[in-house]
Design a protein around this ligand. Sequence first.
Ligand code: PXP
Length: 243
Amino acid sequence: MRPLRLYINIDHVATVREARKTDEPDPVEAARIAETAGAHGITVHLREDRRHIQNHDLDRLAPVVRTVLNCELALAPDVVARVVRLAPYQATLVPERRQEVTTEGGLDLSGDSGRLEEVIATLTAAGSRVSLFIDPDLATIDRARALGVPAVELHTGRYAHTWRQNGGALAQLARASEHAASIGLAVHAGHGLTYVNVAPVAAIEPIEELNIGHSVVSRSVMTGLYGAVTEMQRIVQSARHAR
Ligand code: PXP
């Protein structure tokens, strides 16, 4: 059986920090905890609008990640230049629109791919393994293969939105994964996966890597809140009683 890697996306630790533009919570500390807990890799998305992960996060993360660093990025020149300089283990190219809440669809590979080819070549020359974030569509998978990348990440958003209603999106993911693997692509998957919907995707045999972020960060708020309140209560009450 093919092993399955779990990469944890820590962007939303930085989202909480950026809500106050302060220094906590620290995504680098989060990466350390995720690795200690068994994550096989750390994923971060350096967005053009820097709404969560900042340049300095990448610079601090790169030397301390003990597993592997997977940088998600779009084709914006300044972002590409930063990631190339860092040469992470893996670079996952994603589409990006400023107004979107999150990455809402996969890359459109049907048009002119000149800029994409240039960025793939630059990242590859820098030593990064390049993956393309695409919808689980057979023609798009074939186009990704033709671009010469070693891996694709299948967008699981449609599955995440519809899994309660029907199994169509799961079947599509399974078919797309089989197809991608059959033409020599490593298959990754992610987006919108949660504690309740991830199991059927994790069971799709050709998928070898999952990237999960929001649900894990959300869960950690809830599992950590009890201890956080207890600790604050201890500090404020002992300060009062020490007077
Ligand atoms: N994979 C890619 C390419 C993404 O853009 C994202 C979102 O940043 C994820 C995985 C993780 O998605 P989620 O935060 O919904 O788990």
